[in-house]
Design a binder for this molecule. Sequence first.
Ligand code: SAH
Ligand code: AVI
Length: 343
Amino acid sequence: MYATGPQHGQRGSGAAQVEHPQTGDGGQFAAAVLDGLSQRRKSIPSRFFYDAAGSELFEQITRLPEYYLTRTESRILETHASEMIDRLTSRGVLVEFGSGSSLKTELLLSKAPRGIAYVPVDVSIAALADARRRLASRFPGLDVRPVLADFSDPIVLPADLDARPKIGFFPGSTIGNLKPGRAVDLLSSFLKGLSAGSRLIIGVDLKKDPRTLVRAYNDAAGVTAAFNLNILARINRDLGAAIDLDAFQHEAVYDPLEGRIEMHLVSLATQELPILGRRFYFRAGERIHTENSYKYSVAQFRDVARASGWIPARVWMDPAQYFSVQELVAADGVPSAQGFEWS
Ligand code: SAH
Ligand code: AVI
């Protein structure tokens, strides 16, 4: 449904195919839950937050007063969109990783030349469907090619776009949800997937007062708590379990040594959860680690980019330097500017 389909020559061995419209993951959620809950320190990978309900809850998070990330990044994009895509020609392809609602993308698309193709890549079929519908009405004639895929797998883009120049877009500080070593691997994989002459525009949340960070992940209205608990609700829905959500509590803490917000689900009681024929024992106070959200300094992130083979180029920030949008250039491309641009 959302893959580019045979008429567009989608190829590859499976990672980027759309085979499972109901769950979109072909059993990966079940395997990840069984594996993660079997560990001594229980965990579930954060990419499984984003079923239809989780994607909707994330959209609510983006509008929270405490969650400064989305509005700050959007303002940076609004101010500098033309510079960010100054190398995108009418033959170009904008490839967005973890595109979600594609709302921020509109800020770039409104400055982009006619004729470009837009390839949103996401694990959430609901988010891709909503975005495609909205973009079709707001940007009639835009060639939108959604790809339902895990962006950690080798990137498989529609084959007929192969020869066209690509610009990657990875907003939202989703890169922060990976440990730095994995972030290096992911950026290397994007470099390979986007090919020669490409660049990547990436949103990176910055280190700041830990109180501001903790508030952003512990909002007063409890939306982030609902987002976190939704992963248990998803286990109930998709895997036929009957977990009592009231027996778990959302927790978000900042670890200054790791430089990351950690989200956990804390078991409020000693309990045993039957899931897919297995039983998982929890002590009262035992936690499931559900997400890391790393916060970088500009210099730290430029090191990550270099380690992955990209050349760091321009950096755009808000006046309070809460958030950065950074340009990375493929070694065979020509950087348009070296060093920083402070906004
Ligand atoms: N880019 C949007 C959405 C960020 S939320 C923004 O900046 O507001 C993170 C998005 O990444 C979600 O839509 C989620 O479904 C997607 N995502 C998370 N892990 C992913 C993965 N491994 N592969 C593909 N998409 C992923
Ligand atoms: C998508 N990602 C960058 C968000 C973040 O801030 O780490 C997900 C999120 N988790 C809790 N609130 C928002």
